[in-house]
Design a protein around this ligand. Structure first.
Ligand SMILES: NC(=O)c1ccc[n+]([C@@H]2O[C@H](COP(=O)([O-])OP(=O)(O)OC[C@H]3O[C@@H](n4cnc5c(N)ncnc54)[C@H](O)[C@@H]3O)[C@@H](O)[C@H]2O)c1
Ligand SMILES: [Zn+2]
Length: 340
């Protein structure tokens, strides 16, 4: 039985821990088109046998309109019609682009995701945001639309590169910081190697994290309250990601430590807890400090969409396991930012 989540009346079925072959029971080969990237296809070729498949190049640089056009042309070539069902099998790039294409092709066809990276399983595949990048502007064009279902087959993770495990755990630690103290303690007791060698432990932590994201999003679809908490570490993180060549997970890791320091300054968060968060990030091979260009980073941060007038809403921690949204004056934030 799937776990069911509701978004504005739309039901999303979540099949946690099922074999990929379950898709045979859900969909018909004639009416279905898979979308994946060349890495997933190469490593899991047997799963695609007999299914119409559109393959795109792997990497964020292909999450753009040109790839969308190419997918649409291939759908036309495959004589796809309104009844065609798309399945995105891959990381967040694939889930984002599949959801976007499905939402615009023939004004919208049905779709589903088989997330294959930890990040897509706990974050990108959930919440209905789908889209593409335009030049340097990430996720500038997109839609909100939910898949019919998600299928989690954890055996995909056996081929996930180490750096992608690290990236995924940055979001898992974020969820623990803002919502789940017990999970924080659980992750502290484990290590990346533990999780990589035990798919059952990984399955359970992924399901927990997916549920955290589902619950936060379904309670606040318009992003007026709790959903903002998911941006913990992301305001400064995104600005650093844009100025330095860092992976998203690494950038938000540095962003989370900075946000903990800001929480010390404006929210009585304890120094000991900042050290604890940094310790956990380091344990999962994530950086906690980085000599970045403060001026450039600040300029980018000012363009952040969360800014309103001379104030900015910033995600802080009250304590480990509880995040909150605080409005902070830009002058004050600038002073703290400069002292980091
Ligand atoms: N829609 C949302 O709410 C949301 C949220 C967070 C992130 N995102 C988006 O997600 C994207 C990042 O997702 P990602 O980190 O999964 O990136 P990705 O899709 O680029 O995958 C990372 C790399 O891992 C490879 N890969 C994925 N699964 C694999 C597997 N099982 N075995 C071997 N290789 C595998 C991919 O081929 C790729 O090279 C970004 O574009 C980001 O904007 C979207
Ligand atoms: Zn993120």
């Amino acid at each position: 039985m799937p776990k069911q989540y509701k978004f504005s009346g739309k039901r999303v079925d979540c099949y946690f821990d099922v074999d990929f072959s379950f898709i045979n029971e859900k969909l018909q080969k004639e009416k279905t088109v898979f979308i994946t990237d060349e890495n997933i296809l190469r490593l899991h070729a047997e799963k695609f046998s007999g299914w119409k498949t559109i393959i795109i190049k792997a990497g964020e640089e292909y999450k753009n309109q040109q790839t969308v056009d190419s997918i649409i042309n291939q759908l036309i070539h495959l004589q796809a019609d309104r009844k065609c069902f798309l399945v995105g099998i891959g990381g967040g790039v694939i889930t984002d682009i599949t959801g976007f294409v499905a939402s615009i092709f023939m004004r919208g066809i049905k779709f589903a995701f088989v997330p294959t990276s930890i990040l897509a399983m706990v974050d990108a595949g959930i919440g209905g945001k789908n889209g593409i990048d335009v030049g340097v502007y990430k996720n500038l064009v997109g839609v909100i639309n939910h898949p019919e279902f998600l299928l989690y087959d954890y055996s995909f993770l056996e081929t996930l590169p180490d750096e992608e495990w690290v990236n995924g755990f940055a979001e898992i630690i974020k969820h623990a910081c803002i919502k789940d103290r017990e999970m924080f303690q659980f992750i502290e007791k484990h290590s990346l190697v533990n999780f990589q060698s035990s798919l059952s432990e990984t399955a359970s932590i992924i399901q927990k994290n997916a549920s955290i994201k589902y619950e936060v999003v379904s309670q606040d679809e318009k992003e007026t309250g709790d959903r903002k908490l998911l941006n913990f570490g992301h305001t400064i993180g995104h600005a650093i990601e844009n100025t330095a060549k860092l992976a998203h997970g690494q950038a938000i890791s540095i962003g989370m430590v900075a946000a903990c320091r800001i929480s010390e300054a404006i929210n009585h968060f304890s120094k000991t807890d900042t050290k604890r968060v940094a310790g956990l990030l380091l344990k999962y091979e994530l950086p906690v400090a980085f000599s970045f260009n403060k001026k450039k980073t600040w300029d980018i941060l000012l363009h952040d969409k969360k800014k309103s007038g001379s104030e900015m809403s910033f995600i802080v921690l009250d304590r480990i396991g509880k995040g909150s949204v605080k409005s902070i004056s830009l002058d004050h934030l600038y002073k703290i930012f400069n002292s980091l």
